[in-house]
Write a protein that binds this ligand. Structure first.
Ligand code: HEM
Length: 412
């Protein structure tokens, strides 16, 4: 077995040096906030399937090459069932979330497929494409309000976060007045620093709210997702609440942070921003490239082997955990030459920012529509958009399962 490499569970803290001299922090490093941690490129080259030690002293494998990440995520011998002993959790909080109330994100087929299938029609490309006018209206209204009589604002609070928040509330049939309640709880569930007891409380509050919501839809049905799940009659209210929670948490911070970080990445690369502004037909490809370049789900996706599997020259034994490092795979030179640079004209479609295999992001058609509209509208309506603080003053979120910024002060 190759030498053990350490992974820190707190992406904000200093990385630990491994016995073999390789440094592998989970999450982002101290270098450019858009790049994977320093050292990962070398791990990918020299030790593509590396043994790492986690925060609780347990060991698992870290997979860093694009081909190996896809191999693991596409192989049913690797399970996403987090109740299996030895499943690699990045934090104590992560273990708490699953122990209390698992969602289909951490289940295997056929149970995973049975539950996911109930939502596929709602997130199909055709269905989501039909929402473009609605998403455009929301984007325009938010920008009308943000720019009304002002020349500066926090893009996160006024645009990047409320846009996906409004859309997901609409889809689920959650009254928008309650979106702050959700935003706050989903923030706790996604934060790597949350204490297990806070996670338990946030989860219970969200769950209780969603059970009540399901009950109210039984009395007064509508055509949003929660009401339709109730009408199907196949799930009890607890199961419906778990699905709703997964969608609310997955649908908030992900798209919000992608919107904010994409804007920042374009402001840092004015040549690329000008190219996109001059040729809006590049927007679809540019969003794929931004998904690749930023890879906001930056901690490894966890799996556990159910059989012995040989990969990258090592044998992963049944019962051993694996972390699939998406931000490394998306910078793999074999697939994305010069991948450390943002190039809005690149064909980035093979990126794994949405994962790969049966758990590949259910919400990706929606995330794409939201991001394309948000960025196109922002560039078109605010031609003088610029940062309102020095780049060095921006505070990046290292405390979340999803990478992002606390605020993005901009002016126009
Ligand atoms: C799964 C990323 C937006 C709902 C995933 C996974 C990734 C991901 C990497 C795979 C997790 C794994 O295999 O362990 C993203 C990114 C987004 C985004 C980068 C935004 C840019 C959304 C949105 C929704 C959503 C808007 C829904 C409203 C889901 C669901 C799953 C999932 C339900 C679980 C799928 C399954 O287990 O079958 N997402 N996501 N995501 N995502 Fe997203």
């Amino acid at each position: 077995r190759p030498g053990t490499t350490h992974a820190t569970s707190d992406p904000g803290s200093a990385p630990l040096a491994s016995e073999s001299g390789l440094v592998v922090p989970v999450g982002r490093g101290d270098g450019c906030p858009f790049d994977p941690p320093a050292g990962v490129e070398r791990v990918r080259r020299e030790q593509p399937v590396a043994r790492v030690t986690l925060w609780d002293g347990s060991s698992c494998w870290m997979v860093t090459r694009h081909q190996d990440v896809r191999a693991v995520l596409g192989d049913p011998r690797f399970s996403a069932d987090a109740t299996r002993p030895g499943f690699p959790f990045l934090t104590a909080g992560g273990r708490e979330i699953v122990a209390n109330n698992p969602t289909f994100l951490r289940m295997d087929d056929p149970e995973h497929a049975r539950l996911r299938r109930m939502l596929t029609a709602d997130f199909m490309v055709k269905k989501v494409e039909a929402m473009r006018p609605e998403v455009q209206r929301i984007a325009d209204e938010l920008l009308d309000r943000m720019t009304d009589g002002r020349s500066a604002a926090d893009l996160v609070a006024e645009f990047a976060l409320p846009l996906p928040s409004l859309v997901i509330c609409l889809l689920l049939g959650v009254p928008y007045e309650d979106h702050e309640f959700f935003q706050q709880r989903s923030g706790i569930l996604l934060s790597l620093r949350s204490r297990p007891e806070d996670i338990r409380t946030a989860q219970q509050e969200l769950h209780a709210y969603l059970v009540r919501l399901a009950g109210s839809k039984r009395e007064r049905p509508d055509d949003a997702i929660v009401s339709r799940l109730v009408a199907r009659g196949e799930l009890d209210d607890d199961e419906i609440a778990s699905m709703g929670r997964l969608l609310l948490v997955a649908g908030h911070e992900t798209t919000a942070n992608m919107t904010a970080l994409s804007t920042l990445a374009l402001l840092r690369n004015p040549g690329q921003m000008a190219r996109l502004r001059n040729d809006p037909s590049l927007i679809k490809g540019a969003v794929e490239e931004l998904l690749r370049y930023l890879t906001i789900v930056h901690n490894g996706l966890p799996r556990i082997a159910t059989e012995d599997v040989t990969l990258g020259g090592v044998t992963i034994r049944a019962g051993e955990g694996v972390l699939c490092t998406l931000n490394s795979a998306n910078r793999d030179d074999e697939v994305f030459p010069g991948g450390d640079a943002l190039d809005v004209g690149r064909d980035a479609r093979r990126h794994v920012a949405f994962g790969f295999g049966v758990h590949q992001c259910l919400g990706q058609p929606l995330a794409r529509v939201e991001l394309q509209i948000a960025l196109e509208t922002l560039l078109r309506r605010l031609p003088d958009l610029r940062l309102d603080v020095a780049f060095e003053e921006i505070r990046f979120r290292h405390d979340m399962g999803v990478y992002g910024v606390y605020a993005l002060p901009v002016a126009w």
